[in-house]
Design a protein around this ligand. Sequence first.
Ligand SMILES: O=c1[nH]c(NC[C@H](O)[C@H](O)[C@H](O)CO)c([N+](=O)[O-])c(=O)[nH]1
Length: 154
Amino acid sequence: VKYIDGNLRAEGKKFGIIVSRFNSFIAERLLEGALDTLTRSGAAGDDIEVARVPGAYEIPLVAGKMAKSGRYDAVICLGVIIRGATPHFDFVANEAAKGIAQVGMETGLPVIFGVLTTDTIEQAIERAGSKAGNKGSECAAAAVEMVDLLKQLA
Ligand SMILES: O=c1[nH]c(NC[C@H](O)[C@H](O)[C@H](O)CO)c([N+](=O)[O-])c(=O)[nH]1
C-alpha cells in the first residue's frame, strides 16, 4: 500500500486568508487561530495576506480573485453565520459554502471552508477558541496539509 500524506510544514508556502467582518467579535478569533497555526507551522509573516470582506456572502468573490492570482498556495475562508440572528441564514450560508467550494474546484487550489454556521452565538464562541477548539486553527492546518498533498499528486 502506498500512502500519500500531506505534511504539516508551512515553510515557503503562501496563504491568502479572507475573513468577514460580520460577527467580527467571533470571526477575529478565527483569524487569530489561523495565523497562530500558520506561523507556528513555519509560515513566514510575509507569506500570509489577510483580506477582510463585509460578510460571508462576499467571501467567494474574493476567494476566486486570490485563487486565480497565482500569488497563493492556498486560500482560507473564515466567517461566522448565526441562524438565530440571521433572517436569511440559509441564503447566506448556502451561497457562501457553494461559492467557496466552486472556487476550489475551478482553480485546483486548496480553498478551505472555515465559515461557522451555527444556531446560536454560544455555539460559535465554542468553535472560535473555547471548548470546541478553534475552526480557524483547524482550517489553517488543513490548508498546510492540502498544499503538500496536492504537490505530491502533481
Ligand atoms: O457573515 C455573515 N453575513 C451576514 N449577512 C451579510 C451578508 O454576508 C452580506 O454581507 C450582505 O448580504 C451584503 O451582501 C450574516 N447575517 O445576515 O446575519 C451573518 O450572520 N454572517
